[in-house]
Ligand binder design. Structure first.
Ligand code: FAD
Ligand code: AMP
Length: 475
């Protein structure tokens, strides 16, 4: 096998593997190097997202929601079940099987697109060479015209809350618990903390989420965040805001932690403690001396708007570079870079990146929050539609939440769309497309939406912006 490639990608997560596939589609010779190893020691492509993030978390969110709905909701539909029991081993087996199928799928996609997948650690050397170290220590040097760095991110750890992988754990460990912890502590009420807290709450844990900030979900439109907070409280998630965890230690088979809030210091004992305080770029062992690739003060690989580093022929994408740490953002960057290398057009619209929190109700948004628009000084108008007025949502026993649109007062341009409610993550697709095409609310108003569907909430919210909603009272 030749060791010379048009493109070598380091990292096969959702930023790296699409870059490799698109390079192959562009008829470039391409290798993709990845070192991910699962807890059982096996290599797997797919990075954090497929192995320890997006996919396993969504598998457990789905299973746990069904469990909880079977207990609390089926009777409302007139479905009577006997004693509902949890088989966590089966639930975890399903989660693992989904992950295995999806990561195996990448191997098949590599083959179909002519990508040489190589498992081992990759390091960039000066002169666009990549040295790959296999598990047995053997080394191979690849020469590349272009190198795409897609080394991703890793959980941030707190020095005073020492990780042991058993009692004090990270998000990956928390997806693989083999028993439901009676008392679960979660540090950080961010996306990951809320999703994991929801899974184990639904399966029976008493969950306490400790969040240092006073404000709940500060990056989310605050009308939506307030609504979310109400629902999570009702679900029994004990979210303590303004509560900074100072230290924790494992004592016997439990964790003792100390947190401080406005009232002073408090102690809490839990059976497992998940540290979900964010992620940092992962670049350990990635860059040899003299590559010229620079990191910024927070450890992100420095790139321009087209993901070029300062070194000719070296690019970087995904969680390892600036911007939101989201799989789809990394994917678009990877594809853009592979197209630019091939001499094609490539661009990422960083203004239109959707975000989703897969709780129940789900939360999804794109564009600016009302608070951001207000702070920008631009005159704006707002329309909202409650799912309580949606026939489809009612039929689904999911009449909670709303769709909300913020639009410019002068030219009616849609500036942000925010949804909390059933399938919000799916509904946001229409919003993203609308904003990608710089839609006005009138464009959405004049677009026919099937009835009865959840998507009518977006239609009605657009109508409500001009006080023309049909199915709810205009305020
Ligand atoms: P990664 O997925 O981290 O992949 C990087 C890969 O590179 C890894 O396989 C790593 O082993 C490999 N690597 C690193 N250095 C080297 C090297 N030197 N040599 C060889 N290989 C190397 N995002 C969403 O958009 N939606 C979600 O629902 C979502 N849910 C999440 C849930 C959880 C619990 C977590 C932890 C994350 C979630 N994310 C979600 C975030 C998402 O996982 C990341 O944004 C995404 O994985 C980033 O992709 P990436 O390719 O940049 O990096
Ligand atoms: P995110 O970055 O969205 O994953 O969210 C992580 C959250 O963890 C942020 O909201 C932080 O404020 C919070 N956080 C970080 N350190 C602590 C700490 N020591 N105690 C409580 N919350 C913390």
């Amino acid at each position: 096998m030749s060791d010379s490639f048009d493109v070598v990608v380091i990292g096969a997560g959702p930023a790296g593997y699409p870059a490799a596939i698109r390079a192959g589609q562009n008829k470039l010779s391409v290798a993709c190097v990845d070192e991910w190893k699962n807890f059982d020691g096996t290599y797997a492509f797919g990075g954090t997202c497929l192995n320890a993030g997006c996919i396993p978390s969504k598998a457990l969110l789905e299973s746990s929601e069904l469990f909880q709905r079977a207990k609390d909701e089926f009777a409302v539909h007139g479905i009577k079940l006997g004693d509902i029991k949890l088989d966590l081993a089966a639930m975890q087996k399903r989660r693992a099987a989904i992950v295995k199928t999806m990561t195996g799928g990448i191997t098949a996609l590599f083959k179909a697109n002519g990508v040489v997948g190589i498992q081992g650690h990759g390091q960039l050397l000066p002169g666009n060479k990549v040295v790959v170290t296999a598990a047995d220590g053997s080394q191979r040097t690849l020469q590349a015209k272009n190198v795409i760095l897609a080394s991703g991110s890793t959980p941030i750890r707190l020095k005073t809350v020492p990780h042991d992988g058993k009692f004090i754990v990270d998000s990956w460990n928390a997806l693989e618990f083999d028993a439901v912890p009676a008392r679960l502590g979660v540090i950080g009420a961010g996306v990951i903390g809320l999703e994991l807290g929801s899974v184990w709450r639904r399966l029976g844990s008493e969950v306490t989420v400790l969040e240092a900030l006073e404000n709940f979900l500060p990056m989310v439109d605050q009308t939506i965040a307030k609504e979310a907070q109400r629902h999570f409280k009702k679900q029994g998630l004990d979210i303590k805001l303004g509560a900074k965890v100072l230290r924790a230690e494992v004592k016997g088979a439990a964790v003792d932690l100390v947190y401080a809030d406005a009232q002073g210091e408090h102690q809490l004992q839990v059976d497992k403690l998940v540290v979900a305080v964010g992620r940092r770029p992962f670049t350990e062992g990635l860059l040899a001396e003299g590559t010229g690739v620079e990191l910024d003060a927070r450890g992100f690989i420095q790139v321009d708007d087209h993901c070029r580093t300062g070194t000719t022929g070296v690019w970087a994408v995904g969680d390892a570079v600036r911007g939101p740490m989201l799989a789809h953002k990394g994917k678009e960057e990877g594809v853009m870079v592979a197209d630019l290398i091939a001499g094609h057009f490539g661009e990422v619209n960083y203004k239109v990146i959707p975000s989703v929190i897969y709780t129940a109700p789900e939360i999804a948004w794109v564009g600016q929050t009302e608070e951001q628009v207000k702070a920008s000084g631009r005159a704006y108008k707002v329309g909202a539609f409650p799912f309580a007025a949606s026939g489809r949502a009612r039929a689904m026993e999911a009449g909670q939440g709303m769709a909300k649109i913020v639009a410019a007062k002068d030219d009616d341009e849609v500036l942000g769309i925010h949804v909390i409610g059933p399938m919000a993550g799916e509904l946001i697709g229409e919003a993203v497309l609308a904003m990608e095409y710089s839609a006005s609310t009138e464009d959405i108003q004049r677009t026919m939406h099937a009835h009865p569907t959840l998507s009518e909430a977006i239609h009605e919210a657009a109508l409500a912006v001009d006080k023309k909603a049909i199915d709810s009272i205009n305020r």
